[in-house]
Design a protein around this ligand. Structure first.
Ligand code: BES
Ligand code: MN
Ligand code: ZN
Length: 502
């Protein structure tokens, strides 16, 4: 989707979209268009069910005296109540309304938003951002043009009183979208294509943006004693990898301990010897969602040259049953030195994260750690597909994430941790076991991870099993890999950790 910004004027050709506030109030420009159209718009508003409610759309054929093909009315509701993400839904809504049509161009006159808490430039930029996000398609495997036709609509001009300001505000948002699209691509990619080495190769493409990328193979990980991560991957024909991403956009002379982001990157989770049932197993291609989000985040941070120091560690493995696979009952030794009894080979994500968490603490001395993982089915039972589960040893970091999530429409909900849950992970023959049973399954998984986090290290674990995949399209998130978390973490960084010049 090509997005640009211009002043308000009647375009030639394509579709002209107009704002209609709740109660069918037209703005100045829309009223002018209505006049040129002989009152077509106001007549349409008198009849029918269109009431200017936020997200409502109505397509009208344009009269001959207007140089456009059609007029699209877009309900904007009550802008005074808008959250920042509301205008994005209008942009995404236009994409939806244009789908299946033959027109390739829309000019959207954004006006009447003076009472919103954002200025005109921010509103227009967010409209463009929403259209961009909503236009994403994972279409690389379609070969039949007639069945899977690329939508004709591909050019949106957002018309606003402050086109220059909107363009400036849009630029960093487009870089965040680049990151989100990378995450969506990775998450939607099938596991025969995206295995650990291929994932690592795609990470290396971020070097172009100035991200330092280091890849460790099995041999290097053996030398580090990463028996926990390696045990998960040992049944696979694909070699396990650890990818380390580093972005340092600090102004000269500035320093900070890095923010660390750790991602579960199980490129496919069969369950291993504790094999999963066949029904729905295909979904387990998205079990690398945590690593996908971290990768997209680094693309966003580097793309907009964020003034921050961040490190990402991705544990990339495939969990397969085979004659080489680990067995239930095996005891492995993690890089931290702690031994783990593998009760269930399907509780593999935590085994991967244990060594990745240790690695980032030993090698990068971070000021905080946030890990992301499609870790438990139990979190879907708890929170459904609306919120990610948040587990933490730190109130301030938890609050910051909660606020960032609320602002970006990527909510997180904190769940309890504590000693009683920790005890459920004690093993009879090793330091810890990898499952604590069905009850409180997401919490005991978090307790497991906590044993690999140093005592005074601010840490958050986000269980994203319910949000990494979108089952029902919204205006700005199509079905498939959602890209969830890139916005949340980018916002966390921007609002709390980014340095200023001087
Ligand atoms: N990758 C799964 C969790 C998952 C389930 C993610 C559904 C997305 C959708 C994870 O590795 C897993 O299998 N967890 C087990 C843990 C159990 C064996 C303790 C689970 O949730 O059943
Ligand atoms: Mn599993
Ligand atoms: Zn898994």
């Amino acid at each position: 989707m090509k997005i640009s910004f211009s002043k308000l004027s009647i375009p030639r050709g394509g579709v002209l979209a107009l704002c209609v506030a709740e109660g069918n109030k037209l703005g100045e420009f829309a009223a002018q268009v209505d006049g040129r159209a002989g009152g077509l718009v106001s007549r349409a508003l008198k009849k029918g069910s269109f009431k200017g409610k936020h997200g409502q759309t109505l397509m009208l054929v344009a009269p001959a005296d207007l140089p456009v093909q059609a007029i699209l009315l877009v309900g904007i509701g009550k802008p005074q109540n808008w959250a920042e993400t509301e205008p994005e839904k209008l942009g995404g809504g236009i994409v939806k309304a244009m789908n299946g049509g033959e027109e390739n161009q829309v000019h959207f006159a954004v006006e009447g938003t003076d009472k919103a808490k954002m200025d005109a430039a921010a509103v227009a930029a967010r409209v463009g951002y929403g259209a961009l996000l909503g236009s994403y398609r994972f279409d690389r495997y379609y070969t039949k043009e007639d069945k899977h036709k690329t939508p004709a609509f591909n050019t949106l001009t957002v018309m606003t009183a402050d086109a220059k300001g909107a363009e400036a505000a849009y630029e960093p948002l487009a870089r965040i979208a680049d990151g989100i699209f990378l995450t969506r691509d990775l998450v939607s990619e099938p596991a025969n294509v995206l295995y650990p080495k291929e994932f690592a190769r795609r990470c290396k493409e971020l070097k172009e943006l100035g991200v330092k990328v280091t890849i460790l193979g099995v041999k290097e990980m053996q030398e580090l004693g990463m028996g926990s991560l390696l045990g998960v991957g040992q049944g696979s024909a694909h070699e396990s990898q650890l990818a380390v991403l580093e972005w340092n956009g600090l102004p000269k002379g500035r320093e900070m301990k890095p923010l660390a982001f750790v991602g579960k990157g199980v490129t496919f989770d069969t369950g291993g010897i504790s094999i999963k049932p066949a029904a729905g197993m295909e979904e387990m291609k998205f079990d690398m969602g945590g690593a996908g989000t971290v990768t997209g985040l680094f693309k966003a941070l580097a793309g907009r040259k964020a003034k921050v120091h961040a490190v990402g560690v991705l544990g990339l493995v495939e969990n397969m049953p085979s004659h080489k696979a680990q067995r239930p009952g095996d005891v492995v030794k993690s890089a931290s030195g702690q031994t783990i009894e593998v009760i269930n080979t399907d509780a593999e994500g935590r085994l991967v994260l244990a060594d990745a968490l240790w690695y980032v603490q030993e090698k990068h001395d971070p000021q905080l750690i946030i890990d992301l993982a499609t870790l438990t089915g139990a979190i879907i039972i708890t929170l459904g597909h609306e919120y990610a589960g948040l587990f933490s040893n730190n109130d301030q970091l938890s609050r910051r994430l909660r606020d960032a999530g609320a602002a970006e429409g990527e909510g997180v909900w904190r769940l309890p941790m504590g000693e009683a849950y920790d005890k459920m992970m004690d093993s009879d023959i090793a330091d810890i076991k990898n499952t604590g049973g069905r009850q409180g399954g997401s919490i005991t998984a978090a307790q497991f991870l906590k044993r690999f986090v140093k005592d005074d290290m601010p840490w958050v674990h986000l269980d994203i099993a319910g949000v990494a995949w979108k089952y029902k399209a919204s205006e700005t998130v199509p079905k498939g890999g959602s890209g969830w978390g890139v916005r949340l973490l980018n916002r966390l960084v921007a609002d709390n950790y980014e340095q200023t010049d001087g």
